[in-house]
Design a protein around this ligand. Structure first.
Ligand code: PEP
Ligand code: MG
Length: 586
């Protein structure tokens, strides 16, 4: 039966594929197809890992101290029984043999099938055995990686012609796991939770794959292997569509591919408006590996390198100065002399560090992480890590044009500490004779207080960049990652527009370069409005550069600027923008 699951559209386009259901904790399990000739080897890997886990469990059982509670021995019996049950390892072979899934993926797929059966059981005791099954699978996955590691999540996926395309369905995907996703086989995804500017959504847009988040019931309603259409424009997942609906979506898929190919032709065209104003179109990146794509897309620099992605999924082993330096240098070199704006870590809120202490984590959950120890506040609380990052960035500046961007600035004291840390970092490099170049210092304007009192900040910075994602979150008191309030997250709210407009105007009055690096910069619905406000620098996902350029090429800034007041004074700015600027919602 065909059903539709509605959520929040976050990344445009249409993806059609078979559903792979993944528990949130297992998004990082390697998913790849094996060659038909490798089926027997893969089944052998599975068999060996089962034997290894059986040995592990038997040893545990043998070595149980005599005074151990009887429940523990019984539990190990249950685990051994589950391990040898045909419905687990036996059925897992079917995914390998018939679908050509690698063993880890086959095991996770079978776990999802069985987990649902457990969920539907009437008997409480039996239902609770699901946790035991998960533990057994966890052991098997570990044994698989130990014995003969398959293709790790970080390796290049192999594509085998004729295999069905795949879409991922999960309750949630952490921003850190999205980075692994960048190299996986999935052509789209849908999650139960999340909002339009959650970092998971942002990474989806940077990968340019169709995605829907906040589709609350998706992972319950969609079954392993269902055919799913992900409509990233409308924010809906269509499960097991009828042939007519499927045809319609295939048509739309072809149309959007044609549209992209057409826009791609603008790649090398300079972004200049009809009245001759040059507009700078920069790229947002998460990892140095994204830089060549930014260049290829026609970006004239990196306006935001979210350096915290280097720190995620790293447990206790955070990148040291040299590792960071290599990463920043790689991005700088890849940009071939174009400017690279490196933002110091924006850890916290929906991007926690794995190594955060239990104390910090408790607070993450109990209090309000978006208002907590985030971004520059976190860096200031870790002074030696802050200086280490600044040294790494300074060293990279010997290889090209580098700018440092400080997230979540609101207090003058934070600015003073940052400048002191930067001076100290320079001094430390001088002491060891390491080279560094000149760097400009910029502030993200993303807290309403910073936007309102921008004159206080401007004298200390060489440039400012508006983080509209957070500016909207904090102005409207809407958690950007919470699907329950996603409908209230409104970039068109007059208060938001007033803050953006006045920030741009006041920065320009002080001859301070200003850009926007939040999602609004890459959304064509806002291009005319931002140009009308006087913005001449936009930073966005590389995939958006051509679409925004197309709007710029058709714009006349003199006319737009003259009509801005009608939009800002309107109680319904979205409609007024459409009427007066020819832009507005798409
Ligand atoms: C923003 O807040 O607009 C921004 C660009 O930073 P991030 O999305 O990483 O918080
Ligand atoms: Mg931000």
């Amino acid at each position: 039966m065909s059903i539709q699951v509605f959520g929040v559209p976050v990344s445009r386009g249409v993806a059609i594929g078979r559903a792979v259901l993944v528990a949130s904790s297992r998004v990082d399990v390697a998913h790849y197809y094996i060659a038909p000739a490798d089926i027997d080897n893969e089944i052998e890997r599975l068999r060996q890992s089962r034997n290894a886990v059986a040995d592990e469990l038997s040893t545990l059982q043998r070595e149980l101290p005599s005074d151990a509670p009887a429940e523990l021995a019984a539990l190990l019996d249950v685990h051994l029984m589950l391990l040898h049950d045909e419905s687990l390892t036996g059925a897992t072979k079917h995914w390998i043999r018939d679908r050509h899934y690698n063993a880890e993926w086959a095991l996770s797929a079978q776990l999802e099938v069985l987990a649902r059966q457990f969920d539907e059981m009437e008997d409480d005791y039996l239902r609770e055995r699901k946790a035991d099954l998960e533990q057994v699978v966890e052991r098997l996955l570990r044994a698989l990686t130990r014995s003969q590691p398959g293709l790790g999540a970080g390796a290049e996926p192999r594509d085998f012609a004729g295999e069905d395309p795949l879409v991922l369905v999960a309750s949630d995907i952490a921003p850190a796991d999205m980075i692994q996703f960048k190299r996986s086989v999935f052509s789209g995804f849908v999650t139960d939770v999340g909002g339009r500017t959650s970092h998971t959504a942002i990474v989806a847009r940077s990968m340019d794959i169709p995605a829907v988040v906040g589709a609350r019931e998706a992972s319950r309603l969609i079954r392993q292997d269902d055919w799913v259409v992900i409509d990233g424009d409308a924010g809906v997942a269509v499960v097991n569509p009828s042939p007519i609906v499927l045809d319609e979506y295939r048509f739309r898929q072809r149309q959007s591919e044609l549209e992209r190919a057409r826009l791609d032709r603008l790649r090398n065209t300079p972004a200049v408006t009809l009245d001759g104003k040059v507009v700078e179109l920069l790229a947002n990146i998460e990892l140095p590996g994204d830089a060549p794509g930014a260049l290829a897309a026609g970006a004239v620099g990196v306006g935001l390198f979210r350096s915290e992605f280097l720190f995620m999924n790293r447990a206790d082993n955070l990148p040291d100065e040299n590792e960071q330096f290599e990463a920043y240098r790689a991005a700088v070199v890849a940009m071939q002399g174009l400017p690279v704006t490196i933002r110091t870590v924006d850890i916290g809120a929906d991007k926690p560090l794995e190594r955060m202490s239990a104390h910090e984590l408790r607070h993450e959950h109990a209090l309000n992480p978006a208002l907590g120890l985030r971004a520059i506040r976190w860096s200031i609380s870790e002074p030696s890590m802050f200086r280490q990052q600044l040294r790494a960035i300074l060293r990279a500046s010997a290889y090209g044009k580098v700018r440092i961007l400080i997230p979540m600035v609101a207090h003058l004291r934070e600015v003073q500490i940052t400048i002191e840390a930067l001076n100290r970092a320079r001094q430390q490099l001088d002491e060891v004779g390491r080279a560094y170049g000149p760097v400009e210092l910029g502030a993200m304007i993303e807290i309403p207080a910073a936007a309102i009192s921008i004159e206080m900040l401007l004298p200390h910075f060489d440039f400012v960049s508006l983080g509209t994602n957070d500016l909207i979150q904090y102005t409207l008191a809407i958690d950007r990652a919470d699907e329950a309030v996603a409908h209230l997250y409104d970039p068109w709210h007059p208060a938001v527009l007033s803050l953006i407009s006045s920030t741009i105007a006041r920065a320009r009055d002080h001859n301070c370069p200003v850009s926007v690096c939040g999602e609004m910069a890459g959304d064509p619905s806002f291009t005319e409005l931002l140009l009308a406000m006087g913005l001449r620098s936009f930073s966005m996902h590389p995939a958006q550069v051509s679409a925004i350029k197309q709007r710029v090429l058709r714009a006349d800034t003199a006319k737009l600027e003259a009509r801005l007041v009608d939009v800002l004074n309107s109680p319904d700015p979205a409609r007024a923008a459409q009427e007066h600027l020819g832009g507005g919602t798409n």
